[in-house]
Write a protein that binds this ligand. Structure first.
Ligand SMILES: Cc1cc2nc3c(=O)[nH]c(=O)nc-3n(C[C@H](O)[C@H](O)[C@H](O)COP(=O)(O)O)c2cc1C
Length: 336
């Protein structure tokens, strides 16, 4: 796709995951990932994604998820007809498989109807979710924070894994990516993405060098024009670095990484936060928890690489150039 001097062999991957311009997935971001961003990511040649829960219709209205999937499918089809030599990458939908997600069954049906090509599942591996995805030819990537959960996910029928390592935005893990990817690769040779602080081509190359098939990047896409985030949030991503991130369980009941300045802005002391237990997690329709994401802004540690608010296409261009330059530089150490 896009560039002719591409020689990466991805033939071991399921078809929906092959032929990307660079091996990158734009990860699902609660509230922030909307069709405009997903379409821009896919047109730029990387997998774009959104959480199904972002499509929230008002009471009594038809499911917004159905309308979003129609919009994305039609827009990408149109693009592919007009650009047969430069087709868009496939898109992914994220299903939160947590018991508080009361919409799950309905969202699975709608996603199967639209034959969503890539399904990203988080917070609990469930056989029936994998079956729904496979019923329409979809590929399931399940996100995990350690090797035990990774094994469970594959036992329950996921096709691939997203290793969410320390430093990732949202509900991050605590393990080093160096340890986590190597442990998973000791027994699993299927599709594997690495999540956490990948905001540059250099970091993407490191993920590939470790043995991941893909990088999985969220926070850098918050500072894009297509992202559904307040301008102040986008600017805070641009202005912040790894030191401005705190890891806390207070806001959703699960540990995650957040921008310190947004915590201060909400009147709290980021250096003196109590912790919360996981029973307070709630992903139900109309839950009060989105406040955690609306006012307390999530971000991973990799944002030191984000210098400007740009379009998603420009961000992918930058990562692509850095990835190729860093790869060529490193390869030169091993030749001649
Ligand atoms: C604001 C925000 C919202 C997120 N929402 C979701 C979500 O709804 N579902 C999900 O699976 N992951 C979610 N994540 C996690 C990301 O998909 C991904 O794992 C993470 O952003 C990657 O790390 P990075 O931000 O350092 O690139 C979220 C992350 C952030 C920063």
């Amino acid at each position: 796709m896009k560039d002719s001097n591409w020689t990466r062999d991805d033939s071991h991957l399921p078809k929906a995951l092959r032929g990307l311009r660079i091996p990158l997935i734009g990860s699902p971001l609660f509230i922030i990932s909307v069709p405009e961003l997903v379409i821009a990511q896919c047109k730029a040649g990387i997998i774009g994604s959104f959480p199904a829960l972002n499509a929230r219709e008002a009471e009594g209205e038809p499911p917004l998820l159905d309308a979003w999937l129609k919009q994305i499918t039609e827009e990408l089809d149109r693009h592919n007809q007009q650009n047969p030599d430069n087709p868009a990458a496939p898109y992914a939908v994220n299903q939160i498989v947590h018991r508080s997600n009361t919409r799950l069954e309905r969202d699975l049906e709608i996603s199967a109807k639209w034959e969503v090509p890539v399904w990203i599942t988080s917070l609990g591996a469930r056989v029936e979710v994998n079956e729904a995805a496979h019923s329409c030819g979809g590929v399931v990537l399940h996100d995990i924070i350690n090797n035990t959960f990774a094994k469970k996910a594959i036992e329950k029928g996921a096709d691939g894994l997203i290793a969410v390592a320390a430093g990732a935005g949202g509900h991050a893990g605590q393990q080093s990516p160096l340890a986590l990817i190597r442990e998973i690769r000791s027994w699993f040779d299927g599709p594997l993405a690495l999540s956490g602080a990948i905001a540059s081509g250099e970091a993407l190359l490191a993920a590939r060098a470790l043995g991941a098939d893909f990088g999985y990047a969220g926070s850098p896409f918050i500072a894009t024009k297509e992202a559904n985030a307040q301008e102040e949030y986008k600017q805070m991503i641009v202005d912040s670095t790894a030191e401005d991130i705190i890891y806390s369980s207070l806001f959703t009941g699960v540990h995650g990484n957040y921008l310190k300045k947004s915590v201060e802005r909400a009147g709290m002391d980021p250096n003196d936060l109590p912790s919360a237990d996981s029973s307070s997690m709630n992903f139900g329709q109309g839950s009060s928890k989105p406040k955690a994401w609306k006012e307390i802004w999530g971000s991973g540690q990799g944002i030191g690489d984000v210098q400007d608010v740009v379009t998603a296409g420009e961000l992918v261009d930058r990562i692509d150039q850095e990835y190729r330059a860093a790869g060529a530089q490193l390869a030169s150490e091993f030749t001649g």
